[in-house]
Ligand binder design. Sequence first.
Ligand SMILES: C[S@@+](CC[C@H](N)C(=O)[O-])C[C@H]1O[C@@H](n2cnc3c(N)ncnc32)[C@H](O)[C@@H]1O
Length: 502
Amino acid sequence: MAKKDSRKAAFGDFQTPYNLALEVCSRIFHYEPTPACIVEPTCGKGNFLAASLATFRSCSLYGFEINEGYLFEAQKNLVQANHHFCSVFFKQADFFDVDWESFFQSIQGSIVVIGNPPWVTNSELGQLNSSNLPQKSNFQQLTGVDAITGKSNFDISEWISVRLLNALSSRKATFAFLLKTTVARKILEYAWLHDLPIHNTSIFNIDAKSHFDAAVDACLFVCQTGTTGEKTCPVYKDICSNESVRTIGYSNGRLVANVSASKIVAQLRANTTEEDWRSGIKHDCAPVLELVRTNSTLFNQLGGAVEIEEQHLFPLFKSSDVAHQKQQQERLLIVTQKKPNEDTNLLIQSAPKAWAYLMQHSSFFEKRKSSIYQGKSSFSIFGVGEYTFFPWKVAISGLYKSLHFLVIPPINGKPVVFDDTVYFIPCHSEEEAALKARLLNSEIARDFFSAFVFWDAKRPITAQILKQLSLRKVAEELGCLRDFDGITSKTNPEQKQSSFHF
Ligand SMILES: C[S@@+](CC[C@H](N)C(=O)[O-])C[C@H]1O[C@@H](n2cnc3c(N)ncnc32)[C@H](O)[C@@H]1O
């Protein structure tokens, strides 16, 4: 049973119910009522092909699938279906081995590519020890920066879709796939960034829980290929609806969640980077570096008592603390460097107890997988610099679905540090932090961010979105420009110096 389940997972195997396939085909009929050919690149048991037979007339159907058993079922399925003068072809094939350009070239007339590609990510495949992936070089070529580090989690359905859209770029075709909504957006971003000739894009939300028992936001993504259209994509409540709820757009190389809202707040956009938004510290060594204090004794996550120099200990707020607006537990982080690339061997002299403790646990640091630690000092951390030690901060969690910005004061005279899912502006004074938080929490700032944030993303708030807002323009709108300029002239980034030193 377990073996069967892991095989199912490795092949992202969620067969589409016939009724949903039929709804998709009826929707596609509005885009292309008389296709010459319908292709399903991972056709499974063939419900989409059967639904296509029920919807379209006089066309050729091509079903590709890796699983021989499914192909057999699909064939049986289609024999029973009503044929409307269509011819049907099946091929057992691994998607990654098919020469899709040649295949599409061999077809005369308009094409519909339809289906539901595997719902699985490269890291899930890694855990399952599965090789159901494109070759790494192809992977990187098509997907760019994300894949180059080899560490990001990647949806196979994204790769498959991008591969097909590239192969269809010189053809008039309609592309309609059921996808996670986050994947559909990544495809749009890729296509618009690379000027792929697509147009008439739409996203129709579907209820993945009821159709697939999957707790994920999902949609039918549709676009047409062969010519380039406007970079906008209406989003519909469901497949049957004809009125869009909002329109996704594209600006400055990024997707915009709501085009009309973004136009209203456009005057608040920063022309250059104005605010010094930073993310918290990345260390990948929580068992050793994160401590709690109980009855004035420090303990690490391994349960051991720790004694090190106080100057390397800083109060730590995690994303959940920022989201809940208070530190849940008295947590401290051992900060091993005060600036990037500082040699951690300096601790031998400056903090011998910390050095001895870190050496004792060096195996935890050696196990850190991320390539960012390669070639760096043994105990190096990331996201540390002068800004880390500013006394006051205005912070927000990137993970929570909330647009509340919090003023974080120093604790016991020490600046608070954050984990790497938190974004913050370092501030010199309480006055600066209070004013900036007031501007960020204002209604107009909230409207601004709402136009850009995709709330169903894993990390809805990003530094890239935060940096787009000009706090100076918000201050102007709210009639407090004089206060804002007064504060920032004292603390502009070049003059900013942290008041705290090891
Ligand atoms: C999400 S299911 C969808 C099946 C079918 N398209 C449907 O909508 O009912 C994904 C399908 O992709 C197939 N698949 C997975 N990896 C594949 C590969 N490398 N090449 C071809 N088919 C593959 C699986 O066997 C499975 O049938």
